[in-house]
Design a protein around this ligand. Structure first.
Ligand code: MN
Length: 229
């Protein structure tokens, strides 16, 4: 009888400890989320050194583009979402459902996160696996695909992005998007995006956007890009 009593008491004690810990955890969570309200959206970590993409993209361009432009979109969005329905939303939801300044900054964060993780030191070559097959089937060859992609990027008027995107059945398309546009808003999945805003190439190529686009293929990380297909 004494033994049963002991186990019951131990059990109750353990239960109350667990519930105490849970409420402490919740309090900590609340305090943390209050403190972190202005840091919700963050840029992706750069997976290489800032000079790793030279000579295709200079260290100075990466430092300004990633360090200043990308950071500004993050800082802007974190301020803009305070008190809106997007305050606790994930980035893709914000891109799909917002407009105006919130969309512009959220779109640019998503676009640059994709962009900066598409490259590596001594990249280039060709895609692999299913993506390689789909490109050959739809565009005829990898070279023809690149030609079409570069033509889209060169002819895009003003600032924007050229994208390779896939639909639900795996069909590929090349999209020209102005400003912060992303294939997500058309129900497509982005596979590869080249930034054709002047800030992405002007220090290195001045007005020669076509030349920049031809060079960028030399740093593409096809392992990462192929895995998005
Ligand atoms: Mn940019």
């Amino acid at each position: 009888m004494k033994a049963i009593h002991y186990y019951l008491l131990t059990g109750l004690f353990t239960l109350s400890m667990i519930s105490c810990n849970n409420s402490n955890a919740k309090n900590n969570e609340n305090n943390n989320s209050k403190n972190k309200v202005n840091m919700k959206f963050e840029k992706v970590a750069l997976p290489y050194a800032t000079d790793a993409l030279e000579p295709v993209i200079s260290k100075q361009t990466v430092e300004l583009h990633y360090g200043k432009h990308h950071q500004a979109y993050v800082d802007n969005l974190n301020k803009l979402v305070v008190g809106t329905k997007f305050e606790n939303a994930d980035l893709e939801t914000v891109v799909k459902e917002s407009d105006g300044a919130i969309f512009n900054n959220a779109g640019q964060i998503l676009n640059h996160n994709i962009y900066f993780t598409s490259f590596k030191k001594d990249g280039g070559g060709e895609p692999t696996g299913m993506l390689a097959e789909a490109i050959n089937e739809q565009f005829g060859s990898f070279d023809k695909f690149k030609e079409e992609f570069n033509a889209a990027g060169t002819s895009l008027f003003g600032s924007g992005w050229v994208w390779l995107a896939k639909d639900g059945s795996g069909k590929l398309s090349i999209l020209k998007e102005s400003n912060a546009g992303n294939p997500l808003t058309s129900g497509l999945t982005p596979v590869l995006g080249f930034d054709v805003w002047e800030h992405s190439y002007y220090l290195d190529y001045q007005n020669r956007r076509a030349e920049h686009l031809k060079e960028v293929w030399k740093i593409v990380d096809w392992d990462v890009v192929s895995a998005r297909y």
